[in-house]
Design a protein around this ligand. Structure first.
Ligand code: G6P
Length: 367
């Protein structure tokens, strides 16, 4: 059937607004809310045997993998190796037969990721595809599939595929943590509760659309924009910068907040908006220090945080968006939404072709 934009001006906006629903659909397929347990589709290997995870992807899907690295290492206590597909293959990394490799892809057709999958399969790794298109080549060739239930994504800039990839990776992380006895019951219950709340919180986050729209004009006037964050928020910063580049053509960089002093701080002046992704988590105070370093150099901070964070950040922040308080585990899923909305509104102000940005393709099936 033909997919329409409905009441929305662009597919991208429609897909952003579908997120509470499709995040819920993806979660419901993996999560039993009564028992708060994860049930993954059948896998041809035992999760407790996994000793290391290799993640390969491109573009936005790669940033979903970056978030998952933080989760898998800190929660499931499993070492993770991650790379973009075009580098992974040619690095010729030593691979352990029987190891687990995850290929994250909306389309399931990206040439570099598919080649990496074939390479890993030939090396005797278990290959699991996290894909949104169930009849895709990656889904067919992998040993197992963890589907994202985002539904067809038309906008070239990925939105709902990203947040549903995160949901699948969070569920996998909890299942792996349990299988490896890396997590106690109380922690598992807390993280599961946080995950179960994501669809409702995502709906709340969409209510900040007007607030983000109001900030878009200032960002649209910039030549360069810097996105900062630590931990999983670093991956969200990278994704925020990618969204802005893709659809508004404004130069943007995502950086780990603590690394700013080794380069990007030289760019800071009043013309460079600095968008800081900082839920009030264990790294907040460190990021707040970086915020003050930017302010001291005349930089204009746009802070995405919660009430606690905004109360503790100190003076001088130009704009703050107060997002709901959520468990830090699931914060990257929710903080992805405001960076999508901000990029969207900036692109609309600039008058670019939001759904079909120049030079980009939805699915890159050549190397
Ligand atoms: C292209 C798209 C991106 C996407 C990337 C990876 O660059 O424009 O939105 O993130 O490919 O695509 P995949 O289908 O493998 O997730």
């Amino acid at each position: 059937a033909m997919i329409g934009k409905g009441e929305y001006r662009h597919f991208m906006l429609k897909e952003i607004y579908e997120q509470p629903q499709v995040i819920g659909d993806t979660l419901n397929a993996l999560f039993n809310p009564a028992e708060r347990t994860i049930t993954l589709p059948a896998l041809p290997f035992a999760l407790e045997t996994v000793e290391r995870v290799t993640i390969v992807a491109c573009g936005t899907s790669y940033y979903a993998g970056l978030v998952a690295r933080y989760w898998l290492e800190s929660v499931a206590r499993v070492p993770v190796d991650i790379d973009v597909a075009s580098e992974f293959r040619y690095r010729a990394p030593p691979l352990q037969k029987g190891g687990l490799a995850l290929f994250i892809s909306q389309s399931g057709e990206t040439a570099d990721t598919l080649a990496a999958l074939r390479h890993c399969k030939a090396q005797g790794l278990w290959c699991v595809a996290v894909v949104n298109v169930p009849e895709s080549t990656m889904a067919r060739e992998a040993h197992a599939v963890l589907p994202t239930l985002a539904g067809p994504e038309i906008g070239v800039a990925s939105t709902k595929a990203f947040t549903t990839q995160l949901v699948v990776m969070a569920a996998l992380c909890l299942a792996l943590a349990r299988a490896r006895h890396a997590i106690d019951r109380a922690t598992e219950a807390r993280l599961s509760r946080g995950l179960a709340e994501v669809p409702a919180r995502a709906a709340e986050v969409l209510k900040y659309d007007d607030a983000l729209h109001a900030l878009a004009q200032e960002v649209a006037e910039a030549r360069d924009v810097l996105y900062l964050g630590r931990g999983t928020s670093h991956a969200v910063a990278l994704e925020g910068a990618l969204k802005l580049k893709e659809i508004s053509y404004i130069h943007a960089e995502g950086y780990p907040a603590g690394e700013m002093k080794h380069g990007p701080i030289a760019l800071i002046d009043e013309t460079v908006p600095v968008i800081v992704i900082a839920p009030h988590d264990g790294l907040f105070d460190k990021t707040a220090g970086n915020v003050q370093e930017v302010i001291a150099r005349g930089g204009r901070i746009i802070l995405l945080s919660d009430a606690e964070g905004i109360a503790h950040v100190g003076a001088g922040v130009a704009h703050a968006v107060t997002l709901p308080v959520v468990d830090p585990f699931v914060a990257p899923i929710l903080y992805a939404i405001p960076v999508q909305l901000l990029a969207y509104h900036v692109a609309v102000i600039k008058g670019t072709d939001v759904d079909q940005p120049r030079n980009l393709a939805k699915s890159v099936t050549v190397e």
